[in-house]
Design a protein around this ligand. Structure first.
Ligand code: URA
Length: 441
């Protein structure tokens, strides 16, 4: 087999066989196929696309390129959740305790954030002592004893995807649905869960800004998951404003705790209940999502979900007292209010800019080497549709550096559009995708 022939074949719009795709992925990962040939192939895929079989073969070849987690020592059906990333997305911190409180094992491998979206691992590390690099044995032991564990992704998970993504990033070939879907799903497949629930974000703070494209991406990923024997569901959720009100690592942990106490923002709770009910469905714990919703809400009322979070923190070496006393979480030295320059209604938020503002404060990474400041962030006081008077507070910035504060403030203000007419309320859940098809709201 020659890479030249595969490029030529795809250039002519023909489908590649499973063997050809495996040859290409293995050859590239092992350094036998040079970047220039793989770039040409990726560009041919960009223009000619891939069919369902090709996308499945690519996902599997990337999943099999490195370590594949074996979760068979964990009793029960394991269901993973993945978000395509958004600003203020602390869903895992709420959802994992809720689902595990219902006896579903949660064995979660999470990432660190790069760019404006912070990762679950960074958020958890804002709890003093919390260890996100526990051994595989401890990971499995914790899930079998307390019902949940959350650890950082191992470096050797789908290395082919890592190498291919870096190449796509510099050859303008990231934004192809088959390539995105196979990239995300290869890591989920290698993570070893039996079922997968995807939170595909759409809007100004999402990787996919266009709603139709978000549904297409969700459909593609559901087909891959089901095609590789993992029951997969997708929820398409709004990211035209940050999720909840808190952005920044310790601030997000605080909001997650408040939500588990029943005192959190409605949108965060609603998203967790929606995603969680599909996790319960995939785990065969319920037969209908409505039943799942009720059970999940009960875990908050009974305090069981909050108890699960405490157990997680304790088991992974973190300061569990911080769950009851959130003032023990890291705090910033400068607290500054951002005032509205005019009166009106908030009618558009460039959410990505708000994420960038939080990153500039030190809450996210500009480069892989950046060191995260857990204390900094932003607390929103006004959200889409809210009325605001001139001089009223739009948000409160938590900073540790005057210069960074100034930069973040400028970004934050440029992200808000204030108009004289009130806008329609936005819908958080745009729809669902499963093997049975698409439901749009
Ligand atoms: N996230 C991924 O993991 N891969 C992509 O291709 C795009 C977003």
């Amino acid at each position: 087999m020659r890479m030249y022939d595969l490029i030529d074949k795809k250039k002519k719009g023909q489908a590649l066989s499973k063997d050809e795709i495996t040859f290409m992925v293995e050859g590239y990962t092992q350094g036998m196929i040079p970047d220039y040939q793989m770039s040409a192939l990726l560009m041919a895929v960009y223009f000619r696309g891939m069919n369902e079989e090709e996308t499945l073969a690519l996902t599997l070849a990337m999943a099999e390129s490195g370590e594949q987690l074996d979760l068979s020592e964990i009793r029960g059906i394991k269901v993973d959740k993945h978000s395509t990333g958004g600003v203020g997305d602390k869903t895992t911190l709420v959802l994992a305790p809720m689902v595990s409180a219902l006896g579903i094992p949660v064995a979660k491998m999470s990432g660190r954030g790069l760019g404006h979206t912070g990762g679950t691992i960074d958020k958890l590390e804002s709890i003093q002592g919390f260890n996100t690099s526990i051994s595989k044995n401890d990971f499995i032991h914790n899930v079998n004893t307390i019902g949940l564990a959350i650890a950082g992704q191992t470096a050797n998970l789908a290395p082919a995807d890592k190498k291919l993504y870096a190449l796509r990033d510099v050859t303008a070939t990231v934004d192809n649905l088959s390539l995105i879907a196979s990239s995300i799903m290869s890591k989920k497949i290698a993570s070893g869960a039996d079922g997968i629930v995807l939170d595909v974000k759409t809007g100004t703070g999402a990787f996919m800004k266009d709603e139709q494209q978000s549904f297409e991406l969700a459909s593609e990923m559901v087909k891959i998951g089901d095609g590789l024997g993992r029951e997969t569901y997708a929820v398409i959720s709004d990211m035209n404003q940050p999720l909840g009100r808190h952005i920044g690592n310790a601030l997000e942990v605080k909001e997650a705790i408040e939500t588990l106490r029943g005192e959190g923002p409605d949108d965060l709770l609603e998203l967790c209940v929606s995603l969680g009910s599909y996790m319960l469905l995939a785990a065969k714990r319920v037969e209908a999502v409505e039943e799942g919703r009720r059970l999940l809400l009960d875990t908050i009322k009974s305090g069981q979900a909050l108890e699960q979070l405490k157990k997680l923190v304790e088991a992974q070496g973190g300061e569990a007292k911080a769950i009851d006393h959130t003032d023990l979480l890291p705090k910033a030295s400068i607290i500054e209010r951002i005032k509205s320059p005019i009166s009106g209604y908030i009618n558009n938020i460039m959410t990505e800019e708000i994420g960038v503002a939080a990153m500039l404060l030190g809450g996210g990474r500009e480069t892989k080497e950046s060191v995260i400041d857990p204390a900094v962030g932003i607390v929103l006081e006004k959200r889409l549709g809210d009325k605001v008077e001139k001089g009223e507070t739009l948000a409160v910035i938590h900073a540790n550096d005057e210069e960074k504060l100034l930069l973040a403030k400028q970004h934050y203000l440029s992200a808000y559009q204030i108009a004289q007419d009130q806008t329609k309320p936005i819908q958080l859940i745009k729809g669902f995708v499963s093997a049975d098809g698409i439901i749009r709201h």
